[in-house]
Design a protein around this ligand. Structure first.
Ligand code: TXA
Ligand code: MG
Length: 347
């Protein structure tokens, strides 16, 4: 049986109950500012094993260790370079995950056998209070079944994990809506392995420079991917997803043509400014700006299947700021293929 507690109305009771379960070696779903997490004691291999089992997650895909004080980084990381510290000071608490050299005491299962560890201090006070109350470091992947879009509401968690976990703490819809930025901060230049709530522009501002790993916006060869999670088909509705990129007017022509040629029940996903290009057709509005779109993206992905669509066409977004995270998720939902629109593109 899965219990849902209202983390807003019953804040203290929710925190205590979630912490108790974590202390007992169990796993619980709780909100963070990015997406809901499925948390368990990061230093307890049995608890971590449960997380992998509940999600159906491949064992080589490491988890993020969640903390509630910057100083706790030293409990799992062997070395904290000055630059890493500057970035943590700038973005914590918040949607930034630092990849650092791992302490030998961190269980292998938690880091998927890697010699690095990913650490994050969430902005959500509910999340941080659960971590603090448990007195544990909390390993927490997104609280979805592996391969499904990440959950941004308690209902999404319920849809995927009901009956499999004892507790979901409901904190309402997540404010950011895409996951944290996973950033390798071991070297001289920070490398973004997974774009997220903290943008490349924000990191450059603090660090002076930043690199975006090529796997973020292109098809990934397994060996080239430093962030194991990027290898897997992810965020993927059952419907066939086609991501169309190019000039906006060319994209619209291409999508309108493909929509017309598709016999199945299909839908178009686009930013608000482009909705008028698809009048009279089924479309879903991602939002008026990047922030809105980030907040809505995973609900939209889940609704494609819920509403029975068999195919969906994504109108590509710009890749600046939060757009990089949006395109990364869209690309992965589309199985890493981009359909080019426009005369000068061969497709
Ligand atoms: O916003 C978030 O990060 C959410 C909330 C719950 O905090 N968590 C989350 O966890 O998205 P998860 O497990 O769904 O995604 C973690 C990503 C995966 O792509 C994983 O491969 C990568 O971080 N990762 C974890 N440890 C790593 C490491 N040591 N080196 C490289 N990548 C790592
Ligand atoms: Mg995930």
């Amino acid at each position: 049986m899965t219990e849902i507690m209202n983390g807003k109305k019953e804040y203290d009771r929710s925190v205590q109950r979630a912490a108790k379960l974590i202390i007992a070696g169990d796993v619980v779903a709780f909100p963070t500012e990015t997406v809901y997490g499925l948390g368990g004691d990061a230093m307890d291999p049995q608890a971590v094993k449960k997380i992998f089992q509940v999600k159906g997650r491949p064992a080589d895909n490491p988890l993020i260790v969640h903390i509630c004080e910057i100083a706790q980084t030293g409990l799992v990381a062997l070395e904290i370079p000055t630059l890493a510290h500057r970035l943590m000071e700038a973005f914590w608490p918040g949607p930034f995950t630092a990849v650092l050299k791992k302490q030998p005491g961190v269980p292998h299962i938690t880091t998927g056998g890697l010699d690095s560890v990913a650490v994050r201090m969430p902005h959500s006070s509910l999340a941080r209070d659960i971590i603090r109350e448990s007195g544990r470091l909390v390993a927490a992947p997104s609280a979805n079944l592996s391969g499904r879009p990440s959950p941004t509401t308690a209902q999404h968690v319920w849809d995927d994990l009901q009956g499999k976990i004892p507790l979901i703490v409901d904190g309402g819809a997540c404010a950011v809506g895409v996951e944290s930025t996973v950033c390798d901060v071991r070297g001289e230049v920070p490398v973004i392995l997974r774009p997220g709530g903290i943008t490349a522009e924000m990191i450059r501002e603090v660090a002076g420079s930043v690199r975006v790993h090529p796997a973020v916006l292109s098809e990934t060869l397994e060996q080239q991917t430093p962030s194991p999670g990027m290898r897997y088909r992810h965020y993927a509705p059952r419907a066939l997803i086609t991501l169309v990129a190019g000039k906006d007017s060319d994209i619209a022509d291409k999508i309108n043509q493909m929509y017309f040629e598709t016999p199945e029940h299909c839908v178009i996903i686009c930013m608000h400014e482009h909705c008028s290009r698809y009048e009279g057709k089924n479309y879903m509005d991602l939002g008026a700006d990047q922030k809105d779109a980030a907040k809505n993206l995973f609900t939209v992905l889940r609704n494609i299947d819920k509403m029975g669509y068999k195919a969906a066409f994504f109108h590509a977004v710009e890749t600046d700021e939060l757009g990089l995270a949006l395109m990364n998720r869209m690309l992965r939902a589309a199985g890493h293929t981009i359909t080019a629109a426009g005369e000068d593109c061969i497709d």
